[in-house]
Design a protein around this ligand. Structure first.
Ligand SMILES: O=c1[nH]cnc2c1ncn2[C@H]1C[C@H](O)[C@@H](CO)O1
Ligand SMILES: [Zn+2]
Length: 356
C-alpha cells in the first residue's frame, strides 16, 4: 500500500490525547505568550524530536512527565481553542473523518479557568477546526479523570453535564501502577446511572488484572490499550491459542481495544512493531482499533501507524477498512451518525481506493 493511498484512506481515531498532540511551533508561541520559560528548546523541529526522545524511555511514568510542557501552555481559553482547532485540522489533513479526542479538564485550571470554561473552550476550538476543514472531520471529546488525583467523580459529573454538547464520554488515564481503576468506582457509577459512555486506560503498564477490573468491576465499554490481555492467552507451538476466561469475555463481547502501537513501544508495553500483539489479537477475532495515543509525544499520525502496520504485517486496505469500521462501531456517537459515516464516507472511500 503506497503512502499516498494510506493518506487518502478514511480513518477513525478513538484514542488521541489533546495535550499529547500539539504542534511544536504552537507550543513555542504559546509559551512566549504565557511567559513559560521551561521548554527545552525554542526550535520547533528540535522540540518535536525532544518530546519523542524524552518519551522513549520504556516507562509509562517517564512518558507522562513530558506532558508538563504541553499542559503548561494550555491554560487560557484562547490557547485551548487554538490547540483544539489545530488538532482537528491536523487530523483532517491526515484523512481522519471521525475522532474522539480526550483530555483532563482538571489539568487546565492553573490560570483561573473553571472546569466548565475549559470544556467550552475546547468544544469551541473543535467546532472551528471542523469548519476550517470543510466538514471533512467530526470530532467528539472524552473527558479524562486522572488516576492519581481524586477528582474523577467531579469530572464524571462534568461529562454528564456537557453530554450532547460535544462531549461523548469519559476516560481515566495517568500512571497505572498503584492506581487501579476501581479507585474511581463512584465516577463510573455516576456515569452508569446517567447512561453515559466511558472507556478506561488499562492493560498498558499493568496486566490482565487491570483489564479485568476495568471491564468487570467498573463496566468499561472499551479498553484504552488493553494489549496486555495477552497475559490471559496461551499461544502454542503450532500457532493455535487458548484464551482464558477474561480474554474470551473481551473478545466474545466485542469490547474494542484502542491499540496504540508506537506509544506501546515507547512505554515498554511492546518490544517492536513486528512482535506487537495487535496482529495476534486481530487473528483471534478481537475488535481492534488502531490509534495514535499522542501524536506529538509519540511522533506519529494515523498514517504513520498504518504504515508501520503495512511494514510489520503486510496489511492492505481491507484491514484498515476493518479497523476503521470497528472504530466507528465502537464510537460513542449516536448510531445513525456512526452508520452514516460508515456507509457514506468510509465504505465509499475504501471502494475508491481499491479502484485506484
Ligand atoms: O497512554 C497513556 N496512558 C496513560 N495516561 C496517558 C497516556 N497518554 C496520555 N496520558 C495522560 C497524560 C495526559 O496529560 C492525560 C490527559 O490527556 O492523559
Ligand atoms: Zn492514552
Amino acid at each position: 500500500m503506497h503512502l499516498s493511498d494510506i493518506l487518502r484512506a478514511p480513518k477513525a481515531v478513538l484514542h488521541d490525547h489533546l495535550d499529547g498532540g500539539l504542534r511544536p511551533a504552537t507550543i513555542i508561541e504559546l509559551a512566549r505568550e504565557h511567559g513559560y520559560d521551561k521548554l527545552p528548546t525554542q526550535d520547533p523541529a528540535a522540540l518535536g524530536t525532544w518530546f519523542r526522545d524524552a518519551a522513549d524511555s520504556g516507562s509509562l511514568e517517564r512518558y507522562l512527565e513530558t506532558f508538563a510542557h504541553t499542559c503548561a501552555v494550555m491554560q487560557t481559553r484562547e490557547a485551548l481553542e487554538r490547540v483544539a482547532a489545530e488538532c482537528a485540522e491536523d487530523l483532517a489533513a491526515d484523512g481522519v473523518v471521525y475522532a474522539e479526542i480526550r483530555y483532563a479538564p482538571e489539568q487546565h485550571l492553573e490560570r483561573g479557568l473553571t472546569l466548565d470554561e475549559v470544556v467550552d473552550a475546547v468544544n469551541t476550538g473543535f467546532r472551528e477546526g471542523e469548519r476550517r476543514s470543510g466538514g471533512r472531520i467530526t470530532v467528539g471529546t472524552l473527558l479524562t479523570g486522572m488516576r492519581h488525583t481524586d477528582r474523577s467523580a467531579e469530572i464524571a459529573e462534568l461529562t454528564v453535564a456537557h453530554r450532547d454538547r460535544g462531549v461523548v464520554g469519559f476516560d481515566i488515564a495517568g500512571g497505572e501502577i498503584g492506581n487501579p481503576p476501581a479507585r474511581h468506582l463512584p465516577a463510573f457509577q455516576h456515569l452508569k446511572r446517567h447512561n453515559c459512555h466511558f472507556t478506561i486506560h488499562a492493560g498498558e503498564a499493568v496486566g490482565a488484572e487491570s483489564i479485568h477490573e476495568a471491564v468487570q468491576v467498573c463496566g468499561a465499554e472499551r479498553i484504552g490499550h488493553g494489549v496486555r490481555i495477552t497475559d490471559d492467552i496461551t499461544v502454542h507451538e503450532d500457532g493455535t491459542a487458548t484464551l482464558g476466561h477474561l480474554a474470551a469475555y473481551v473478545r466474545d463481547n466485542g469490547i474494542a481495544l484502542e491499540v496504540c502501537p508506537t506509544s506501546n513501544l515507547q512505554t515498554g508495553a511492546a518490544k517492536d512493531y513486528a512482535s506487537h500483539p495487535i496482529d495476534l489479537l486481530r487473528r483471534l477475532g478481537f475488535r481492534i482499533t488502531l490509534n495514535t495515543d499522542n501524536r506529538l509525544v509519540s511522533g506519529t499520525t494515523m498514517s504513520r501507524e498504518f504504515a508501520h502496520m503495512v511494514e510489520a504485517f503486510g496489511y492492505g486496505p481491507e484491514v484498515f477498512e476493518e479497523f476503521t469500521v470497528a472504530a466507528l462501531e465502537s464510537a460513542f456517537l449516536p448510531l445513525p451518525e456512526r452508520r452514516r459515516l460508515i456507509d457514506e464516507v468510509v465504505r465509499p472511500g475504501y471502494a475508491a481506493l481499491r479502484q485506484g
